[in-house]
Design a protein around this ligand. Structure first.
Ligand code: ZN
Length: 313
């Protein structure tokens, strides 16, 4: 049976582009590993943040659109994006969020402690200590590498048909059901990062897409051959997956699971070093070949952004 290792990336809507960079690079200390555009809407950035090289399981991506209407977190969405930090890092993060004036609360589930807060667009984020996962080698703006976010701890899903969503996680994606507690069911993938998915067992009311909500969650396929098999399987089940779409840094197929959440299967290769060296990741505006002839116009229409050290947001 095909099994995914876990999350490849999570993609969300936010509003202000510089604020997005200041928060996810400046406050959370992720590396901007790719600055490109929404291939379906070239007037909008597509920003990718991750560990030092944007490994699968560490990548959060954003479509920042000023004046975007605010979304409502709810059913048919990833409701919480969870990051894993090294053991012994929670005090550091709690104090760091305080120093930036970011409200946060302590949450416990499945015997783990989480810090929960919102990004400036309203995206719901948690940090949790995990033993698993390779430490990040990226250190920025006062975050020592020993406390840096390693990648996703996982995600919480809110579904409008949670029994169906859970069946997809277990029977289609090959995650293992490992626990149940207070109306949450926990699933685990075999990867060591982005591998723990908590699902609200009660059906949720539909959320509304918009700034501060997750657009889709992508699951890992280890190579192109496996990706093809995923597509065949999804078509067989009747999920009507899209054709394989070239996203430059991975290949993608999309389908909406019965609980309303947009799922993607993304390939681990080729990765972000495809068109920039490791040292220069995220420093140039990268366009796919078919947009190069419009580069001047595209650059004029995009707001200027920079990765910079920040003391507040
Ligand atoms: Zn995606």
């Amino acid at each position: 049976m095909l099994k995914t290792a876990g999350i490849h990336h999570i993609t969300a809507f936010v509003n202000d582009a510089q604020q997005n960079v200041d928060f996810h690079a400046g406050v959370l200390g992720l590396r901007l590993v790719k600055k490109t555009i929404n291939f379906d809407a070239p007037e909008v950035y597509h920003l990718y943040f991750g560990n030092e090289n944007g490994s699968p399981g560490t990548i959060i991506t954003f479509f920042p659109q000023e004046n975007a209407r605010t979304g409502v977190i709810g059913g048919g969405q990833v409701s919480i994006t969870v990051y894993a930090v090294p053991k012994g890092s929670m005090n550091f993060w709690s104090e760091r969020l305080d120093s930036f004036g970011i409200n946060h609360e302590a949450i416990s589930r499945f015997g783990e402690n989480f810090i929960r807060f919102f990004d400036p667009s309203g995206l719901q984020i948690e940090l949790v200590e995990r033993e698993e996962g390779t430490p990040s080698r990226w250190s920025f703006n006062g975050i020592p590498a020993e406390h840096a976010i390693k990648g996703f701890g996982g995600a919480m899903l809110s579904s409008v048909a949670s029994e169906h969503t859970m069946m997809v996680l277990e029977k289609v994606l090959g995650l293992h059901r490992v626990g149940e507690e207070n109306g949450l069911v926990r699933f685990k993938g075999f990867g060591d990062i982005g591998n723990i998915i908590d699902v609200n067992a009660a059906n949720a009311n539909w959320g509304n897409p918009g700034a501060g909500t997750v657009h889709h969650i992508a699951w890992r396929a280890k190579d192109y051959e496996e990706h093809g098999k995923w597509r065949e399987l999804l078509a067989q089940i009747g999920f009507q997956p899209t054709q394989v779409i070239d996203r430059q840094y991975f290949n993608a197929i999309y389908f909406r699971e019965p609980g309303g959440i947009l799922f993607e299967i993304a390939t681990d290769p080729p990765g972000f070093a495809r068109d920039e060296s490791d040292e220069e990741l995220g420093t140039h505006l990268m366009l796919p070949e078919w947009y190069e002839s419009q580069r001047d116009l595209i650059e004029q229409n995009l707001p200027k952004i920079e990765v910079r050290e920040v003391e507040g947001i």
